[in-house]
Design a protein around this ligand. Structure first.
Ligand code: PEP
Ligand code: MG
Length: 593
């Protein structure tokens, strides 16, 4: 990360760099988000609940400290003096949360005054802040302000409040925040919001995927973002190159406007491919399907000529709400998709929360995040733990499957036992619905599994014997194979789809599926990047599922390819052990064909 441009007077142009995670150019006034006003709940805690309330506070405290330490790591990337200044500030915030008067005071208020943790934080912060203010010293007054900021963080972590204020930003605003969850992002209306940038976040995390789904230009991992900008400043985001320009000069705005027009022209040209088949030069048909984060993308999928929905992430139904969606609500949502696709297959995945996409009503069911949320009680593990979740989803899917072709996909499968349990549950739910005379898919929809855990790829033969199809999820496959958190910008440079270990696991899974004669698609972000198309087809994949906006470019690549040559090149690539050599063999092939 670096900051450019000579002038550091307020109001002069500054360029910050981060990761361009969602392409496009946005220009607009900055909306600097601090999470918005949070309504602080207030209630009395019964004597036998005091311990649980103190634990809840301890959880929010740990989450706050974790966030501050992450921000500190990020600040180290700033230029010298800024890194130092930011480091001091964050150290002060960390100290305020480490065995401090604030922490002791909150714990005491919960126990003695029996108020809930949020209210206890609010009371304690108010008292400390007032005391600082009364001292009439500018330095101490600033510390009072710091303590209020720290208190707001604690309350946000206690209430798990999403950035609800994001729904009401001024028309055309560029949102700048410390960190945005996928649920926060889902609240942004792309007709109102121009784009967003955040200090934290990696290129393959779900916030990035959600940005791409909404077509919002986004830049993540921008060190020093919030210290360099005031609300209302004009900001340019370049979501392709990963740049954030604050207070741009007139010439800079003109340059980016021209770039935006070029990008839009390109998109228009690609949309002309919509009606053409995705067929290679040597006449092999390839299936290009769409991934859906939100139902509102259905129109885009149809406009892009998607041949089906290869991955519907059902998490959208669980975001930004306090309760869980029942079977009926889910049925209506799934039926809308099945009908909307007019006879093209729809693959709906059961709930995949956990890691970076925790949904609020499920946090309690998960019993806290655990030390390694990416390895914890998530996805299919959570669904099997709580059959209410699984049964409501399976029931809705069985019913929607009566309206058109539909497939059920299971996330994070690691063993055959999990597939067997879901099959049993599916049969039970089907029997119950039939008894009630409800119309369901008969026979039941095909049941497939995500191959996204290295162990699942290595045991693909065994899993293929129990499943009807595979969907290879390279986002998690790369994360778990290379031990790289996909949403952590600090290790983003190590996230390498061309690592030989990743390619071998993909090859292994594809071959197992072909041997077992079951379908295999690939629906990770690799599927939507034309750089990888030749290699993936060369490895035997004939079905790719991606964000709707990516279909045009991938189709263009498919139509320019000779599959025999691509297969030969894939074989040569699979003989290599060195990432750099693999990359150059692929890029040379792409340049030629
Ligand atoms: C994947 O892991 O590649 C995938 C498609 O699933 P998600 O991105 O939702 O984890
Ligand atoms: Mg995944």
């Amino acid at each position: 990360m670096r900051t450019d441009d000579a002038a550091d007077k307020p109001g002069s142009e500054r360029v910050l760099h981060g990761l361009g995670v969602s392409p496009g150019i946005a220009v607009g006034p900055a909306f600097v988000s601090d999470g918005g006003e949070i309504a602080v709940p207030e209630y009395r805690v019964a004597a036998d609940c005091v311990e649980a309330e103190r634990e809840r506070f301890a959880g929010a405290l740990a989450a706050s400290l974790k966030q501050l330490k992450k921000l500190k790591g990020k600040a180290a990337a700033l230029p010298d003096s800024a890194a130092e200044e930011m480091g001091y500030l964050l150290d002060a915030h960390i100290a305020m949360l480490t065995n401090s008067r604030l922490v002791r005071g909150v714990a005491r208020r919960i126990a003695e005054e029996r108020v809930n943790a949020e209210r206890a934080v609010q009371m304690e912060i108010g008292e400390i802040g007032d005391r600082f203010a009364a001292m009439g010293d500018a330095y101490l007054a600033a510390r009072g302000e710091d303590i209020r900021v720290v208190g707001a963080r604690l309350i946000r972590n206690l209430t798990k409040t999403p950035y609800a204020a994001l729904q009401h930003v001024a028309e055309g605003a560029v949102i700048l925040a410390e960190e945005l969850t996928p649920a926060d992002t889902a609240l942004m209306d792309p007709r109102r919001v121009a784009g967003f940038a955040a200090v934290l976040g990696g290129p393959e995390g779900h916030t990035a995927i959600m940005a791409r789904a909404l077509g919002l230009p986004a830049v993540l991992g921008v060190a020093g973002l919030l210290t360099q900008v005031a609300p209302g400043d004009t900001v340019i985001l370049d979501g392709t190159e990963g740049a954030v320009v604050i207070n741009p000069r007139r010439e800079t705005i003109a340059r980016y406007e021209a770039l935006r027009e070029t990008l839009e022209r390109e998109v228009r040209q690609l949309s002309r491919l919509r009606r053409l088949p995705a067929v290679t030069r040597d006449a092999v048909e390839i299936t290009l399907q769409a991934n859906l984060e939100l139902p509102r993308e259905l129109e885009q999928a149809l406009a892009a000529g998607a041949q089906g929905l290869g991955l519907v992430r059902s998490e959208f139904l669980y975001m930004n709400r306090e309760d869980l969606p029942d079977e009926e609500e889910q049925f209506e949502a799934y039926r809308g998709l099945v009908r909307g696709m007019g006879g093209r297959p729809v693959t709906i995945r059961t709930l995949d929360v956990g890691g970076d996409k925790l949904a609020a009503p499920l946090a309690d069911m998960q019993g806290g995040e655990g030390a390694n949320p990416a390895l914890g009680l998530r996805a299919i593990r959570l669904s099997l733990r709580d059959r209410r979740l699984l049964d409501a989803q399976l029931g809705a899917m069985l019913r929607a499957g009566a309206e058109g072709p539909m497939r059920i996909l299971l996330p994070m499968i690691s063993s055959v036992d999990e597939i067997r349990k879901v099959r049993e549950a599916l049969a039970q739910v089907a029997r119950r619905l039939k008894r009630r005379g409800v119309k369901i898919a008969d026979p039941p929809p095909p049941l497939g599994v995500m191959i996204e855990i290295p162990g699942a790829a290595l045991a693909a033969d065994a899993l293929a014997a129990e499943s009807d199809f595979f969907a290879i999820g390279t986002n998690d496959l790369i994360q778990y194979t290379l031990a790289i958190d996909r949403s952590d910008e600090q290790v983003a440079h190590l996230y390498n789809p061309l690592h030989p270990a990743v390619l071998r696991l993909i090859q292994f899974a594809v071959e197992a599926a072909l041997r077992a004669r079951i379908g295999v698609s690939l629906c990770g972000e690799m599927a939507g990047d034309p750089r990888f198309t030749a290699l993936l087809l060369g490895l035997g994949i004939r079905d790719l599922s991606m964000a709707p906006g990516k279909i045009g470019r991938v189709k263009q690549r498919v139509r320019a390819l000779d599959l025999v040559a691509a297969t030969r090149r894939a074989r040569a690539i699979m003989d290599q052990l060195d990432d750099a050599r693999i990359a150059s063999l692929l890029d040379d092939f792409n340049d030629l064909a």
